[in-house]
Design a binder for this molecule. Structure first.
Ligand code: UTP
Length: 307
């Protein structure tokens, strides 16, 4: 019988420099997307996929995150006294959502280093990693599919997205071969942020991984790579190509809605799209948005490649 994965690791210790000054005193994962911080969408996704044991790898700004997933007795009392029970429910929801644990990363030496900090908590089990600034629309069940692939093949699984070739230098990029399943590929090589124009494909790794515990042994000897950081992509490359690890690395090609809220433009798109789709806001927001969009003029020289 396949092992039932229950643990999710969410690294939230990055410096978020693309979003300064908003992230000077607050982690980017706490930036609101409509009316919830990005991190809450991510925890909700983990829980929806059956992962209710959540470990956050935090940095210097952990207080806001911890407070968000903790009880706020005073606020709850005020809302209860006022009879504002729907708001009370929203406040309590974040607290009751999952069993959230925290470990400090120390220096933010890269995503691979952040994942290695989860070793003690995870032990010898397969586990999921969800990046705290990467939102997958709840209507698209990417993580559930990845967990199923892990269970069936007992392998390492990453999420891949087809990106515009002009964007490939911003991601970890995979070389792949097909399998007998739709949108499932075997990864034969990985490279972190290839030089512009030199990417071996346009399949980019996005922020969802289902890993086997061997990754920790690899990360322990992974040298700093791109940007002087210990890169998870480099450790996965060893797993995909090294002879000793078994299982290999597979990629689920994601064709749904994904928002990188650590990027300012994608963050704006996330808010507009998610608000438009909401039952409570959409009916007022959509007509306004349509009217506003009609007033826009776009010069040909402005981002001709943008979708
Ligand atoms: P990013 O590269 O997007 O995060 O890392 P960053 O370095 O904070 O962003 P910029 O480029 O400066 O704006 C992806 C994820 O990995 C976490 C981040 O918090 C984010 O969720 N991360 C990254 C860590 O937890 N520790 C690190 O050392 C680096």
């Amino acid at each position: 019988m396949a092992f039932q994965i229950t643990k999710a690791v969410i690294p939230v210790a990055g410096l978020g420099t693309r979003f300064l000054p908003a992230t000077k005193a607050m982690p980017k994962e706490m930036l609101p997307v409509v009316d919830k911080p990005a991190i809450q969408y991510v925890v909700e996704e983990a829980v929806a996929a059956g992962l209710s044991d959540v470990l956050m790898v935090t940095g210097r700004n952990k207080t806001a995150l911890e407070n968000h997933f903790d009880r706020v007795g005073e606020l709850e009392e005020v809302l209860r006294k006022k009879g504002e029970l729907d708001k009370l429910e929203k406040v309590k929801h974040a607290t009751d959502l999952a069993d959230v644990h925290y470990v400090r990363q120390g220096d933010p030496k890269g995503l691979g280093h952040a994942v290695l900090r989860a070793k003690m908590h995870v032990g010898r089990e397969p586990f999921a990693v969800l990046l705290g600034d990467d939102i997958i629309d709840e209507r698209d069940t990417l993580l559930t599919r990845m967990l199923a692939v892990q269970g069936e093949r007992n392998t390492t699984v990453v999420a891949l997205l087809e990106v515009d070739p002009s964007q490939a230098h911003l991601y970890g990029i995979a070389t792949v071969e097909p399998t007998d399943e739709d949108d499932l590929v075997r990864i034969t090589g990985l490279v972190e942020k290839p030089a512009f124009g030199s990417a071996p494909s346009n399949l980019a790794i996005i922020g969802r991984y289902v890993l086997r515990p061997e990754i920790f042994e690899i990360l322990e000897h992974t040298e700093p790579g791109k940007g002087g950081e210990i890169q998870l992509t480099d450790a996965l490359q060893e797993l995909a190509t090294g002879p000793d690890w078994g299982g290999g690395v597979y990629g689920v090609v994601f064709r749904g809605r994904r928002y990188d809220t650590g990027d300012r433009l994608d963050y704006l798109k996330a808010i507009v799209q998610l608000a438009s789709d909401r039952d409570d806001l959409g009916p007022d927001f959509r007509p306004w948005l349509k009217e506003f969009a009609a007033t826009l003029t776009i010069d040909d020289h402005e981002h001709p490649d943008a979708p």
